[in-house]
Design a binder for this molecule. Structure first.
Ligand SMILES: Nc1ncnc2c1ncn2[C@@H]1O[C@H](COP(=O)(O)OP(=O)(O)OP(=O)(O)O)[C@@H](O)[C@H]1O
Ligand SMILES: [Mg+2]
Length: 203
């Protein structure tokens, strides 16, 4: 079973390919309503209605290197298998929002997976893109916005390894406390330099 974090990576890669420089990733888990909703919103080139419709078709891709595009169809299939659906909201020149819903407790629902490596990896590889990661679990919210971090870092690049390590740990700790501390037991910061705030990083 594919972890949802890998689907998210695929969908965010589409946003990057579409020239976005601000990408929001939102995961909203509600175990009372029994829903899980993943949203990826970008300010990239967008799609017209026909392209957005075709994007669900595995044999449509704007890639020139191969004939299939699977990112969207695979996430759509995963959502539909779990009593949910995938929606595409897109405007040419404005951006795209992809939203996938799942029944939270559905037996076929893949685990969310490792969002701290996913998001910190995206930040590390895309210096000029700002990411806003929001994760909500039954109303408890964790949020990370690279625009805030960049303001504090000033001329220190956000992609420097110690900053990326800090971001990764911050997401991991944040998700942990959002879940109430019990969901992920391995919460160690093995061997990593601990810095408590981005302004602690040397210029
Ligand atoms: N955020 C987006 N902005 C603009 N166009 C998009 C976006 N996401 C998808 N598309 C369009 O939809 C097509 C299908 O996307 P999909 O992820 O399913 O396949 P792909 O990206 O072409 O290939 P793969 O994901 O398998 O590498 C893309 O080729 C692109 O034309
Ligand atoms: Mg893709």
């Amino acid at each position: 079973m594919k972890e949802l974090s890998l689907h998210i990576l695929d969908i965010v890669q589409n946003s990057i390919d579409a020239g976005s420089n601000i990408i929001s990733i939102t995961i909203n888990e509600d175990t009372i309503r029994d829903t899980l909703v993943i949203k990826v919103k970008d300010n990239g080139k967008g799609m017209d209605a026909q392209t957005a419709r075709k994007a669900r078709d595995p044999f449509f891709t704007s890639r020139t290197t191969r004939k299939v595009g699977l990112g969207i169809p695979l996430l759509a299939a995963a959502a539909e298998r779990c009593g949910g659906s995938l929606k595409i909201n897109s405007l040419p020149g404005k951006g795209t929002e992809i939203s996938a819903s799942f029944i939270h407790s559905h037996i076929d629902r893949a685990p969310i997976g490792n969002m701290w490596d996913t998001v910190s990896g995206l930040i590390a590889c895309n210096e000029d893109v700002d990411f806003i990661y929001t994760h909500v679990f039954n109303g408890n919210t964790f949020k990370l916005d690279t625009r805030d971090i960049k303001k504090i870092l000033k001329e220190v690049p956000i992609t420097s390894p110690e900053v990326i390590g800090w971001i990764r740990d911050r997401i991991k700790d944040g998700i942990n406390s959002m879940y109430g501390g019990g969901e992920y037991e391995n919460n160690t910061r093995a061997g990593r330099d601990k810095a408590s705030h981005p302004s602690d990083f040397k210029h």
